[in-house]
Design a protein around this ligand. Sequence first.
Ligand SMILES: Nc1ncnc2c1ncn2[C@@H]1O[C@H](COP(=O)(O)OP(=O)(O)OP(=O)(O)O)[C@@H](O)[C@H]1O
Length: 363
Amino acid sequence: MFLTIGSEGFRNIVTGTIDVGAPVVVFVGENGQGKTNILELVYLLCYGVSFRTRQNTVLITRGRSSCRIHGEFRTEEGYILPILVEIGPTSKEIFLNEKKIANRKELFSISPCIVFAHDDIQFVVGSPLLHRQFMNQILTLVDPLFLDSLRTYNRILTSRNEALKEAREDLLEVYDDQLADIAHQITVKRERMMDAFSSILRSTCEEFGFSGNVFDVSYRPSLRGDGKEELMRILRSERTQDLMVGFTRRGPHRDRLVFTMNGHPVPDYASTGEIRLLSLLLRVAQTTYVRESTGKTPILLFDDVLLELDPLKRRRVVEMIPHGRQSFFTFLPEEPILQVLGGGRSLVYHVVEGRIFPDETSQ
Ligand SMILES: Nc1ncnc2c1ncn2[C@@H]1O[C@H](COP(=O)(O)OP(=O)(O)OP(=O)(O)O)[C@@H](O)[C@H]1O
């Protein structure tokens, strides 16, 4: 759990430190005041990157040349870990326990963190690129080696595509072999994860109060075969077509997911509210999957996502949030925030033009 968070020169947030040592922390404010920036700050402390941008310079307050983001994290064993992220125009340094770390992966073991964001509905109705992003996000949280496999795959894929454009059959022999090997590893990992994930999603739907399989998701690998050898045979047998188009037409870079509601494709049948609900249940299921796979309950960041649900569904989603860890919420002033406060300790802050004030009535 984070006990404090703070920043200097970060986006529109005014320099300072606030107490967040409670299971539920709420930020209330009008549009554009800095609520999402605060959630972004928490995410940066967990992963060393933003969930909104890969461009470090936009994180720095306009007109300044650097920023510092800091927090104190209390581990499950009770140790206090100071985390500091310093960002300059072309640099980023991360300090854990006052020691500079060489790789931001060292932060990953502290606490997983899951954002429930407005754009999450794109995982359901957006392009297959986002389906793959969804799977990759989950796998990276539970398997630190997955990101390396993905990078290797993309490197070999780029080389194979170049060889296809230049019709270098000698190189294609080598790349087919390498691509089949890594494609097999990625497909098997995605397949296993999605099997477990879809069964968790079904239980999540039941827990929510649905009877039967209201929402379901299934994995559709683009290159399916029994082992690496078969994938290689497929790549070779389809090489002529790949040479004609000049790129690799099949592989994990073309995988997709199919979302259904009562057996029908979600994008064609579901209402906006149902799509929003599914995107929230996907994140709840992701939280359960990460907890079951790593033994750690993620910190949850809810960025204004409950508004589109009717009050009953909103309450049910909130009741499903796992206890024992920390959740951060953002709300517009008129939203009924009391529904998320529950019985435990909670902190409510108002955000006005980047300034963060404690709510007098909830202290
Ligand atoms: N680098 C920066 N320097 C200064 N201000 C910035 C910077 N980046 C973003 N901002 C400002 O931060 C504000 C946006 O804050 P944020 O996205 O957190 O809003 P919000 O309170 O979550 O609003 P909404 O309810 O509309 O989502 C905007 O006014 C934006 O111009």
